[in-house]
Design a protein around this ligand. Sequence first.
Ligand SMILES: *[C@@H]1O[C@H](CO)[C@@H](O)[C@H](O)[C@H]1NC(C)=O
Ligand SMILES: *[C@@H]1O[C@H](CO)[C@@H](O)[C@H](O)[C@H]1NC(C)=O
Ligand SMILES: *[C@@H]1O[C@H](CO)[C@@H](O)[C@H](O)[C@H]1NC(C)=O
Ligand SMILES: *[C@@H]1O[C@H](CO)[C@@H](O)[C@H](O)[C@H]1NC(C)=O
Ligand SMILES: *[C@@H]1O[C@H](CO)[C@@H](O)[C@H](O)[C@H]1NC(C)=O
Ligand SMILES: *[C@@H]1O[C@H](CO)[C@@H](O)[C@H](O)[C@H]1NC(C)=O
Ligand SMILES: *[C@@H]1O[C@H](CO)[C@@H](O)[C@H](O)[C@H]1NC(C)=O
Ligand SMILES: *[C@@H]1O[C@H](CO)[C@@H](O)[C@H](O)[C@H]1NC(C)=O
Ligand SMILES: *[C@@H]1O[C@H](CO)[C@@H](O)[C@H](O)[C@H]1NC(C)=O
Ligand SMILES: *[C@@H]1O[C@H](CO)[C@@H](O)[C@H](O)[C@H]1NC(C)=O
Ligand SMILES: CC(=O)N[C@H]1CO[C@H](CO)[C@@H](O)[C@@H]1O
Length: 373
Amino acid sequence: MVYLSKIAVAAACFASSVLAHPGEHHDAQAVKREIVARDQMASAAKRSIDSCSNSLKHREVNARSVARRANIARDIRQKRNIKSKPKKYRRDLATLEIYEAINHNETALGYTPATPETTIFSANTSCILSPENTDGPYYVTGESIRKNVTEGQAGIPLYLEVQYLDINTCLPVPDVYVDIWNCNSTGLYSGVNVTGNEGSYDSTFLRGIQVSDSDGVASFETLFPGHYDGRATHTHLLSHQNVSVLSNGTIQGGTVSHIGQLFWNEDLRSAVEATYPYNTNTQTVVSNADDMWSIVQAENDYDPFPEYLYLGDDITDGLLAWIQIGINVTADQTSSSYYSVAAVLQADGGHAVASNFTGGSGGNGTTNGTAPS
Ligand SMILES: *[C@@H]1O[C@H](CO)[C@@H](O)[C@H](O)[C@H]1NC(C)=O
Ligand SMILES: *[C@@H]1O[C@H](CO)[C@@H](O)[C@H](O)[C@H]1NC(C)=O
Ligand SMILES: *[C@@H]1O[C@H](CO)[C@@H](O)[C@H](O)[C@H]1NC(C)=O
Ligand SMILES: *[C@@H]1O[C@H](CO)[C@@H](O)[C@H](O)[C@H]1NC(C)=O
Ligand SMILES: *[C@@H]1O[C@H](CO)[C@@H](O)[C@H](O)[C@H]1NC(C)=O
Ligand SMILES: *[C@@H]1O[C@H](CO)[C@@H](O)[C@H](O)[C@H]1NC(C)=O
Ligand SMILES: *[C@@H]1O[C@H](CO)[C@@H](O)[C@H](O)[C@H]1NC(C)=O
Ligand SMILES: *[C@@H]1O[C@H](CO)[C@@H](O)[C@H](O)[C@H]1NC(C)=O
Ligand SMILES: *[C@@H]1O[C@H](CO)[C@@H](O)[C@H](O)[C@H]1NC(C)=O
Ligand SMILES: *[C@@H]1O[C@H](CO)[C@@H](O)[C@H](O)[C@H]1NC(C)=O
Ligand SMILES: CC(=O)N[C@H]1CO[C@H](CO)[C@@H](O)[C@@H]1O
């Protein structure tokens, strides 16, 4: 994955008198088994995607993506009246600007098989299946289809574009309903009952669903996640297919084709954490390296970090981030132990669901960046 998950989740409730997220406790043996299973799955998917990633259609999709991202960056900057130059990190801004220029000229998007791949893959991003990862103990079903999930909370605005590609064809997958959730800038999730947010089943901040378009793209206006004890900073994503859309703007039924997490590059996380109100969070910060599963899959195959662009000079101007996620459209993760539902939101509010969360991955609080053997 995509990046999604090279890292898996980690977990670990560090021994502490204050456990902000006591539900996030994992069985080490179960985790080891699941990491092996996930690696096998990812490896099959990688072979699968390698066979089509050089196809003209796939490359055209990538070219359109570059143009679309450049457009989005321009639009948001205009909307927020940001005048300073955007900064591109992890990739050189020059590359983005080249594509931004190309974007005005549709002819230039007509890449041929002779176009160098490096020109087309603007982001050093290749689409590889993102290994499945646990959805953790805080997934809530019944959330609303909405793009802007911020509910006015304070934090760094994050415009997140997620593109789903079929690992067997390398083509975009439309009509994927994507559930997103992450903790807020001070480290708490909505919709669940955790220390600091007891019984707040009715809250919905930073949760919502978007559907992918013909280019496989779903995008959210959210906030960069904060951090909490025992886990590196991350954003959860869960993709549904073949769902029914209900008249009240929620979804029902279908399959869960992918469960994953996005991790955020350390430099970026530190820059965010230096701003208010992230810097008021007293929970322990866990680096990606210390999120025990991060080194398990430190291979070139997966890059769990989204690409990102500072929309202006200052990080508080917001970020545009994007990632491609390779999915197996015929898979259904609902019977996997990675799938666990904490609560369900209904017309009369949120309700807890008896938890069957078994961990999926993570440590037991005694490990520290050490891969299970
Ligand atoms: C559009 O792009 C094509 C292909 O790169 C180029 O030949 C043409 O001159 C461009 N037209 C304009 C108006 O930029
Ligand atoms: C991809 O990354 C490599 C190594 O960081 C860099 O040399 C190369 O220029 C990058 N390519 C693009 C298209 O950004
Ligand atoms: C998202 O919604 C909040 C209010 O819930 C609003 O303050 C904010 O401006 C919206 N964001 C965008 C990008 O429209
Ligand atoms: C994060 O959520 C908690 C629980 O709802 C709330 O008390 C806190 O104010 C929120 N943080 C921000 C920055 O809104
Ligand atoms: C929230 O969790 C606490 C501690 O586990 C428990 O005592 C309380 O009953 C729970 N509240 C609700 C509304 O589920
Ligand atoms: C995709 O999912 C199907 C159904 O679960 C499975 O049979 C197949 O092996 C998977 N493909 C890959 C590449 O993982
Ligand atoms: C866990 O609970 C959810 C929601 O009740 C259920 O759909 C799923 O099948 C359960 N998973 C397992 C592995 O039992
Ligand atoms: C949406 O409609 C479904 C079906 O009637 C219902 O079960 C669910 O509680 C409703 N959700 C909300 C948030 O109103
Ligand atoms: C945590 O996991 C380690 C390694 O598997 C094990 O040796 C240790 O006994 C476990 N500790 C607890 C409290 O479960
Ligand atoms: C965690 O791992 C790092 C790097 O291996 C090591 O330097 C550090 O001492 C470890 N911390 C604990 C508490 O074991
Ligand atoms: C069972 C079922 O309806 N599967 C469909 C789910 O959606 C994909 C496309 O998103 C179809 O290819 C499947 O046939």
